[in-house]
Design a binder for this molecule. Sequence first.
Ligand SMILES: O=C(O)CCC(=O)C(=O)O
Ligand SMILES: [Fe+2]
Length: 270
Amino acid sequence: MPEAVMGAMMRAAEEFFALTADEKMAYYSNDRKKLPRFHTSLRNGTGEEVLYWRDCLKLGCHPPEWSDKPRGLGAALEPYTAAVRAAARRVLRLAAVGLGLEEEHFEGSLSGGGMMNVNHYPPCPDLSLTLGAGPHCDPGLVTVLMENVGGGLQILLHGDGDAAGGGMMWVDVDAAPGALVLNFGHQMQVVSNGRLRSAEHRVVTSARAGRTSLATFVWPEPGCTVTPAQELVLAAGEGPLYKPHSYGEFLGVYLAEGGVKESAMAHLKH
Ligand SMILES: O=C(O)CCC(=O)C(=O)O
Ligand SMILES: [Fe+2]
């Protein structure tokens, strides 16, 4: 992806979070369906042991639109979204071939939807009290992530079950400067009938520096019915692990469940 396209988008995101609180709050809403929407501190509530320190601007990508301050955001959004979708399409074609499916399997309405999280995690003086974002999987097919400061994103590794903690541990995603990070979401696990798993991830805070990240989600159109790929189900003779479902309906359930992998996937299992 052209560095100028990535740089302009990141600068615009940083400028948004540098606006006054009043300017940002013009977009504040608790209505999960609204776009664009500014919100803060994922799942912060009473009785939780950890506080989530994140501000987030949620943007629609179809079409990408922004006409307010900062002006650079409106100009940067379209070329960035187009480049990200092109990168995601390449990865989806490779994934399809790797799974033994037609190269075009994910094209069309299966990958025709999406949106973007523009995230900002302020620096935090006491890391034991906060997370940037709690453990979750993304709901769609693939997420393309760009960050301005390395470090913060962690992924849950599933070991062999012998190690302490049941073989699970959080590991840092150590991306090279300027690299994009891609992770699969729930719908990839469904289509691949469990061969490619949705990746559980979280974000830890830093005492030194704030961090801005852009997560662009590529997912099915809301009216699309998602099923495990027939070829995979038949080839393995194993039966479909997941039920056919409307993506729009699943997204409603996912948002209500707060991103916990088991409860979201329980709605899809046969
Ligand atoms: O900031 C990050 O590295 C991850 C953000 C994320 O997981 C999300 O927006 O879904
Ligand atoms: Fe995520």
